[in-house]
Design a protein. Structure first.
Length: 251
């Protein structure tokens, strides 16, 4: 399949950085797709669409209809279903695909990490004794923590979760990163946090909580990234721009 347009699967700061770079002068026809998971998404300075595609078949149809030359998957590292769908759709049509992602976090000296494979394992790792838990796992992962109602939760999210998804003892903070280390330390002390639960999203927009936990000698339950399809991984903006230019049929 020979196309003429670049599709960016967005939703991350990396995707926005790429969109700004393309808008600032690159003569490339590109469109960004946003899943629409947040109520007020930050919109890119290039053409965009919001909403799902309807699974693999829907994405295949979109790639054909829009004459997509290449796909840049710049979704969240935990957007496993979208990445799998993109891999299958691109393979079916022979469309080049690259994953533009951020490096994962790794524990350093002084960190007290408990690595787990999924949200359910994170709930189990909290144990039976009541604790004050700082949750930064995203609102879609919140319902699992209803299985451990003995804990008190402080959750930070971009959007408010549904009331039915909340554990009985939960306080909510609505905020969007980046966050400051000193402010994170103050927040954890103010709320008497005993333990932090987060996903290994990587990047520097929300890593201040890890530095704060280290400074306060608090344990961190780290939900590691899901297994993804084999992909070309790119972590630098210049490299993803080179990939796009290599697959851009327009002069």
């Amino acid at each position: 399949m020979t196309g003429k347009r670049i599709l960016i699967l967005g939703g991350t700061s990396e995707a926005m950085a790429l969109a700004r770079a393309l808008a600032d002068g690159a003569k490339i026809d590109a469109v960004m797709s946003l899943a629409g998971r947040t109520s007020y998404p930050v919109l890119p300075p290039i053409p965009h669409r919001i909403g799902g595609f309807g699974g693999v078949d829907g994405l295949v149809a979109y790639l054909e209809e829009q004459s997509i030359a290449a796909v840049i998957d710049a979704t969240h590292p935990f957007a496993a279903q979208m990445t799998r769908n993109a891999a299958l759709a691109c393979a079916k049509l022979g469309v080049p695909r690259a994953v533009f992602t951020r490096a994962a976090w790794h524990p350093g000296e002084g960190d007290q990490w408990i690595s787990v494979t999924n949200t359910e394992a994170a709930v189990e790792a909290l144990g039976n004794a009541p604790r004050k838990v700082f949750l930064t796992v995203g609102r879609l992962s919140l319902p699992a923590f209803k299985q451990a109602p003995q804990h008190s939760y402080l959750m930070r999210s971009i959007d408010a979760p549904d009331a039915a998804d909340r554990p009985p003892q939960m306080e909510l903070i609505l905020a969007r990163g980046p966050f400051d280390v000193d402010a994170e330390i103050e927040l954890m002390i103010k709320h008497g946090i005993d333990i932090v639960v987060t996903k290994n999203s990587g990047g520097n927009a929300t890593d201040a909580k890890l530095a704060a936990a280290r400074a306060l000698q608090l344990p961190v339950i780290m939900i590691e990234r899901p297994t993804m399809p084999e992909s070309r991984l790119i972590e630098k903006l210049d490299d993803v721009l080179d990939f796009i230019k290599a697959h851009n049929p327009t002069p």
